[in-house]
Design a protein around this ligand. Structure first.
Ligand SMILES: [Zn+2]
Length: 402
């Protein structure tokens, strides 16, 4: 089945087949990449791209046109970036699933590259308990949910399940008795009772959205919200409006791109957000990262000596534990690529007087880390180390974390 040129008659059926593979392999994205002679179709499975099919350029024309029609894109536009979404019903595991697909098309030297990010809609997949957070993280997240007023900043890299976590947090609230507003680019999970708006960062050619990010943020105050979720703030002015307005909202969650919880503050400061706004508004910063979950059937035991583990982990290593698990490179019929699923590791900063002062100060990451250490802060790489102790993830994936 793998890596051969294949033919299809009906592009819609072929899209369904791709989605079926995506579900079977727990993949996150589908990459469709044209080259000189063929178009390669790869799936991102547990973080790695795996090649599945080649199709001809003629077949790709049919496929791309169908994708564009279904994603409301302009078919005869080949020179601009287009980004939108499609959704369809799909039957799997005896269940009717609603699959949301975020489609992005980018012009290349050989036609257009297509990347589809797939998300399952449905409450089952939006449960904070099922994302893989450690018990410690889960307890802290649930504590946040019990507070009445808070602003939580959720950060992570690309492909870190930020949207899924945000929706799982929202899912903890009764959508009927809470006015939930979301602003996204575009909406990835469609949920009854939520007021969901879409804003487009990138220009498209039949743009129906007639308001800016800032206008939405200001206007939303007149819509009497209880909970607001904002996806991916990228500009300082937007962050500032959001932080200023946060004091009048009850519960606000937004996501940003950062490589650690401290990194999120550094990034917002670099966007020229006033430190006093950050310090006085943000209550919690959650950073999360997705790691591969070892297949329990084929993982193999490895012994690592203390000196093989980087310095920053050393003070957390118990003397008697040096037995870990790693991937076994032999074929396993229970999994593909020796991983079964993904799991989240996280770190959480809770704002208090010391953190407040630290955000206001000119001090860098070293001073910040010193304060956090004193507060029993658990860095995400130590959260990951604990999962390696539980044999859930490959120790080799942990010791490379920066
Ligand atoms: Zn296996």
């Amino acid at each position: 089945m793998l890596n051969k040129v294949i033919w299809f008659d009906n592009p819609n059926e072929f899209i369904k087949r791709l989605v079926s593979i995506w579900v079977d392999y727990n993949a996150s994205d589908i990459h469709i990449t044209p080259s000189k002679d063929y178009v390669y179709i790869r799936f991102r499975i547990s973080g790695n791209l795996v090649s599945f099919y080649w199709i001809t350029l003629e077949q790709y024309e049919k496929l791309l046109n169908t994708i564009k029609v279904r994603a409301y894109m302009t078919i005869d536009e080949h020179n601009h970036i287009q980004d939108w979404k499609m959704s369809f019903n799909f039957k799997k595991w005896e269940e009717d699933l609603l699959v949301n697909v975020r489609v992005s098309v980018l012009p290349t030297i050989y036609w257009e590259n297509t990347v589809m990010r797939l998300l399952l809609s449905g409450s089952k997949y939006l449960d904070i308990n099922n994302l893989g957070f450690s018990n410690n993280t889960l307890d802290r997240v649930k504590n946040i949910l019990n507070m009445n007023d808070w602003l939580v900043l959720l950060c992570g890299g690309t492909w870190s399940w930020k949207t899924t976590t945000l929706y799982s947090l929202l899912h903890e609230f009764d959508p009927i008795t809470n006015a939930v507003f979301t602003l996204e680019d575009p909406v990835e999970y469609v949920i009854d009772w939520y007021v969901q708006s879409e804003i487009k960062e990138r220009k498209i050619w039949d743009d129906k959205v007639n308001y800016t990010f800032q206008e939405w943020l200001v206007w939303i105050l007149r819509q009497d919200p209880d909970i607001i979720m904002i996806w991916e703030i990228r500009r300082g002015v937007e962050a500032s409006i959001c932080l200023e307005a946060a004091s009048t909202w009850h519960i606000v969650m937004w996501s940003t791109h950062a490589s650690s919880a401290i990194g999120a503050i550094t990034r917002l400061k670099k966007l020229w957000v006033e430190p006093y706004l950050l310090a006085s508004s943000i209550k919690y910063i959650i950073f999360q990262k997705l790691l591969r979950w070892l297949c329990p059937h084929c993982r193999k035991e490895i012994i690592l000596n203390k000196n093989e583990i980087p310095e920053k982990f050393q003070s957390y290593l118990p003397l008697d534990k040096n037995k870990f698990y790693s991937v076994n490179s032999e074929w396993c019929e229970n999994c593909t690529k020796w991983y079964v699923w993904n799991t989240l590791v996280a770190e959480i900063i809770q704002n208090d007087d010391d953190i407040y002062n630290q955000i206001l100060s000119e001090g860098g990451d070293i001073e910040f880390n010193a304060i956090l250490k004193w507060k029993w802060f658990i860095p995400y790489y130590i959260d990951a180390l604990n999962k390696a102790f539980e044999w859930l993830i490959d120790i080799k994936d942990v010791i490379i974390l920066d």
